[in-house]
Design a protein around this ligand. Structure first.
Ligand SMILES: Nc1ncnc2c1ncn2[C@@H]1O[C@H](COP(=O)(O)OP(=O)(O)OP(=O)(O)O)[C@@H](O)[C@H]1O
Ligand SMILES: [Mg+2]
Length: 309
């Protein structure tokens, strides 16, 4: 099977406190606390693992609390390669009241140095074979310059990787330079990328088409409850998803990427690969927090997804 690698340079412990009555400036009592090993690359690997597809998660880890992170990855059956960095992995806290909005507290992470990135690059080059799928998702850590990360990604491509990019670090010119195999902007990110307001489906399709013609093989724009727009070599289409009541949309986009990878490595047709991507994304909304989409939910949803060419 095609080798799959996910890269996480910005991991975090995602801590969720359920606080029925949350009041600012008061002592608050939590009825339930969950802790997950988070980060966009990790989420993709977790969604694949839950559907029985192994991948390798390459993760930059703060050495002070990396052990706990590894234990959680092992519980989720995620195979990983840790790159130890000085400092700690950050803790992101979300407070969930019974009603009303969630409150988030995010921390800064350890610093990833250019030397560490070089160590990661060398490790990856050893692991990549022609056709290896490599997913790079999430923010580029502070301290790493744009030219450095671009040449990092370029060298993975030169080694034969099919690069899946999901980050809003880049402008369109950078994307055109890198020419990833796939990008997955959401509604907001496609506007950032194009540097203009995009107001309807036909404009989204035109933007995706423009990016595709500049050399990106697969342009997948995810649109939340509106599904997705896709432009690639074989077809250009809209993918409609069923209406659901989401439990949590956190990490839905990561699951979309996992679903695309799932379809691709299983040798599905382009249309079925897109249905797989949409089903994983929507199924992720029916799991709590960053819990991976359940295979039985994915199978059920697939039947309700339509591809409109
Ligand atoms: N409200 C919803 N109803 C049905 N499906 C949804 C909903 N929200 C998201 N999805 C599914 O998840 C996919 C990805 O969602 P979205 O466009 O919100 O990703 P995203 O903004 O990149 O998310 P994140 O970066 O938080 O992981 C959609 O294409 C769709 O399949
Ligand atoms: Mg996203």
């Amino acid at each position: 099977m095609t080798r799959i690698i996910t890269i996480t340079l910005n991991p975090a412990f995602d801590i969720h406190y359920h606080v029925p009555q949350f009041a600012v400036g008061k002592e608050n009592y939590s009825t339930n606390r969950t802790v997950d090993a988070g980060g966009k690359g990790v989420n993709i690997s977790r969604a694949l693992a839950a559907s029985g597809v192994p991948s390798l998660a390459l993760i930059a880890m703060g050495s002070e609390n990396g052990r706990d992170f590894c234990t959680m990855l092992e519980q989720d059956d995620i195979e990983y390669v840790p790159i130890r960095c000085e400092g700690s992995i950050r803790y992101n806290v979300t407070i969930h009241p019974s009603s009303g909005p969630e409150t988030r507290i995010s921390q800064d992470s350890f610093q990833l140095t250019a030397d560490k990135l070089e160590e990661i690059r060398e490790k990856l080059i050893d692991l990549i074979e022609p056709g290896t799928l490599v997913a790079f998702a999430g923010r580029v850590p502070k301290g790493i310059s744009l030219p450095t990360i671009k040449s990092f990604l370029q060298s993975l491509k030169d080694a034969g990787a099919l690069l899946l990019l999901d980050t809003n670090t880049f402008l369109l010119d950078d994307i055109i330079d890198i020419k990833p195999w796939l990008i997955k902007p959401n509604e907001y990110e496609i506007e950032l990328l194009m540097g203009r307001e995009i107001s309807d489906l036909s404009e989204i399709k035109a933007a995706a088409d423009e990016i595709h013609r500049s050399g990106v093989d697969n342009v997948l724009v995810s649109l939340g409850g509106q599904g997705m727009v896709y432009v690639g070599h074989e077809l250009s289409c809209r993918v409609a998803v069923p209406q659901i009541t989401p439990l949590s949309t956190v990490g839905a986009g990561d699951s979309t990427l996992a679903g695309y990878i799932f379809g691709y490595v299983k040798g599905m047709s382009q249309i079925d690969t897109l249905k797989s991507a949409a089903a994983f994304g929507t199924a992720a909304c029916l799991s709590h927090g960053t819990k991976p989409p359940k295979p039985e939910v994915i199978v059920e949803l697939r039947e309700e997804i339509t591809v409109l060419v």
